[in-house]
Design a protein around this ligand. Structure first.
Ligand code: SF4
Length: 309
């Protein structure tokens, strides 16, 4: 009989659970709330909220121009919700000044990262963000690093590679800033951020700059990654449940594979294949921070159907 073992930490994190609860409490089909962009990176959760009256508008992932202005033009009056990933300062200001009722569900851990970015710039430091330049949370943090003229004082870097960092330092337009505040996308892997910071220290030997690091990583994410890695080391195959666009879910799959364990990232039980569970005895199950409990239960039930008795 194939044994299915769940990671000790998995699924909905505090920030996503809080955002979903706020939206569920505020919205109804008769009195909708308009969400600025995808509510969470999980299509099952999004569909459930839509049935409850949350209407999803194009957000920072979909609009190149001014998200605040575009949203205010679409929603002439009513309530708009900022999602757990947060938005930049200008978007927030535009929404607030447009007369709309703004419900802010930004995760407090993301808000903390935004405040650090803002403080670094106010104190005259350049901000170096270790993260995915295309990720909504990172662009939101970037939006809190603008000066009074609206110019950004942040650089986003995703590579931990020493050579890539050296190139950044040595070819930075106008010379690399001599005071640099370093922070990370909240859902990045701790080992990678540590490597990033370590390589900056190596570069400091040959280049004249000072840097301060704030650990903006989310404990929920690092706890889930540690639990996934520990479980992956003891099973034959790992199933990771979560939205395709969910960065933390993708990282969970990576940490499982780093243990040398076969791992599959799925959004729902319909993607499971019987062949994955042939000739094995232990299946590990984990899920990203935006994956609801019922999705995990459905996946576990389907594995039981597919796995040979
Ligand atoms: S993963 Fe962490 S930072 Fe992101 S929403 Fe959840 S609690 Fe907040």
């Amino acid at each position: 009989m194939v044994q299915i073992i769940r990671a000790t930490e998995m699924g909905f994190c505090m920030g996503v659970r809080r955002a979903v609860q706020i939206m569920e409490g505020e919205a109804s089909p008769e009195n909708p709330v308009y969400s600025v962009g995808e509510i969470v990176h999980n299509p099952h959760v999004v569909r459930g909220l839509e049935r409850g009256g949350v209407r999803q508008l194009p957000g920072p992932d979909d609009i190149d121009g001014d998200v605040g202005v575009a949203t205010a033009e679409r929603v002439k009056q009513g309530r708009v919700a900022i999602t757990a990933h947060g938005v930049g300062e200008r978007v927030m200001r535009e929404l607030n000044s447009s007369g709309l009722n703004v419900i802010d569900t930004t995760c407090p851990i993301v808000t903390r990262a935004q405040r650090y970015g803002q403080k670094f710039v106010r104190d005259g430091w350049h901000v170096l963000i270790f993260g995915d330049p295309g990720h909504k949370e990172v662009r939101g943090i970037m939006g809190w690093t603008l000066d009074k003229e609206g110019a950004s004082h942040a650089t986003i870097m995703e590579s931990t590679d020493l050579g890539a960092l050296r190139t950044l330092v040595e070819t930075f337009p106008g010379g690399f800033p001599n005071k640099v505040g370093v922070m990370a996308q909240t859902t990045h892997k701790m080992e990678n951020f540590a490597k990033f910071v370590g390589n900056l220290m190596l570069l400091q030997r040959d280049h004249n700059f000072e840097f301060h690091v704030v650990n903006t990583l989310c404990h929920a994410t690092t706890g889930q990654q540690e639990a996934a890695a520990a479980l992956a080391a003891t099973v034959d195959v790992m199933v990771v449940v979560g939205g395709r666009k969910s960065a933390n879910t993708r990282h969970l799959k990576e940490v499982c594979e780093e243990q040398g364990t076969r791992a599959y990232h799925i959004e729902g039980p319909e993607e499971l294949e019987a062949g994955w569970f042939q000739d094995i005895s232990r299946v590990g199950l984990t899920a990203g921070a935006s994956t609801p409990d019922y999705s995990i239960d459905e996946v576990e039930a389907r594995i039981r159907e597919l796995a040979p008795a």
